[in-house]
Design a protein around this ligand. Structure first.
Ligand code: M6R
Length: 361
């Protein structure tokens, strides 16, 4: 049941500290700087030289997050929409790893892309929440995110758990290929990771998301911007917002705002700017360009960040590694969507026209 919560979505947002603790259980040892993933059929990733991540919707945003992390670590990687894969898939060879990211493990688009990759001879791995799911069975290997059942149609805790699982996997892949993990200071990275459940707990206790949602209730459109690992978070923030509020929302790479979307910006279009510590000064400049046109800017960043002074409102996230800041920002954005949808009295757990698991192409 929903327990003390009015909706499964809110319950699942609040379950994130537990979900992440379960995802990390036995897999990280911060003191020794070690990551211990389960033994994989694939063995090591020594021979891998390119990685494709395939997924849809929210899982695609987690895939993009994983792929950007791999690129930052110097490994060739692309995130691809599974429903585009049959018409435009990059070449596959013996050294290609294809990772299917799917909460349910039953999404038809993702299964099709996975089957195509299997047939083309790729090494395949599924990251999923559901043990025994089709995607888990059909890939060479599977890693489980252990988030527990997710009932709300809007994916929340599974996004966070997928992203964390992928970031562990990225460390392992990078270590196998380059001899050193992606994070230059692996001990401190792993301890930040281990602190994430507590940080989310703290964020949930102190969040101003509800007040913020009511402050901007009358707006016409909602924009989300981010750079680097903040970009998939901006996309995810907008997807969640449109999915459950039925209001118009779009996510952009911060730098793209001036290449077109700025034409839409008015005092009725709040801009949520996610700061991850990756060229934040540029993102701030992009946000200010919107502010000049009258748009209220909501800075999603740690306390004491320069953006707080510039922005019209602030959603605070605890200070952490640049690799993880976006995941904390995402939790704030989940709350904003939830409270905005609640004010509008939407059927939050079952939005119109949508299904939890999309089993048609
Ligand atoms: O089960 P999957 O992760 O494969 O599902 C993919 C998408 O259908 C899913 O993430 C969808 O976008 C969510 N409803 C978004 O909240």
């Amino acid at each position: 049941g929903k327990g003390q919560f009015e909706h499964f979505m809110l319950k699942e947002i609040y379950e994130q500290p537990t979900a992440l603790t379960q995802a990390l259980e036995g897999r990280v040892d911060p003191e020794n700087g070690r990551i211990a993933l389960e033994d994989l059929e694939l063995g090591t990733f020594n021979d891998i030289d390119n990685v494709q991540l395939i997924a849809c919707g929210t899982s695609y945003h987690a895939a993009l997050y994983g792929s950007l992390t791999l690129n930052q670590a110097g490994i060739k990687s692309t995130a691809l929409l599974a429903n585009e894969y049959s018409v435009a898939s990059p070449p596959i060879d013996d050294n290609t790893l294809v990772i299917a990211v799917t909460q349910s493990g039953e999404t038809a688009d993702t299964l099709n892309a996975l089957r195509q990759a299997n047939e083309a001879g790729a090494n395949t791995l599924t990251v999923t929440n559901v043990v025994g799911s089709t995607a888990a069975r059909e890939a060479d290997d599977a890693l489980f995110i252990r988030a527990g059942p997710e009932i709300g149609v809007a994916a929340t805790k599974t996004f966070s758990s997928q992203a964390v699982m992928l970031s562990l996997l990225v460390q392992r892949i990078t270590e196998d290929i380059h001899g050193t993990p992606a994070a230059t200071e692996i001990e401190s990275y792993l301890s930040e990771l281990a602190e994430m459940p507590d940080q989310i707990e703290e964020l949930l206790e102190r969040s101003d998301a509800e007040a913020l949602a009511s402050r901007y209730e009358q707006s016409q459109s909602y924009f989300f911007i981010g750079r680097g690992l903040g970009f998939p978070v901006a996309l995810e923030g907008a997807l969640k917002f449109k999915e459950i509020t039925y209001e118009h929302a779009e996510g952009f790479a911060s730098g793209e705002l001036k290449h077109g979307p700025l034409a839409l910006v008015t005092p009725d279009t709040p801009v949520f700017a996610v700061f991850t510590g990756e060229e934040d000064e540029k993102t701030l400049k992009n946000a200010e360009e919107a502010q000049t046109r009258g748009a209220p800017v909501v800075a999603v960043c740690p306390e004491g960040h320069r953006a707080v002074d510039v922005a019209d409102a602030h959603l605070e996230i605890p200070d952490t590694d640049a690799d993880l800041a976006g995941l904390l920002a995402n939790v704030q954005l989940q709350l904003v969507s939830y409270y905005a949808a609640d004010l509008l009295e939407r059927p939050i757990d079952k939005p119109r026209n949508l299904a939890k698991s999309v089993t048609v192409e």
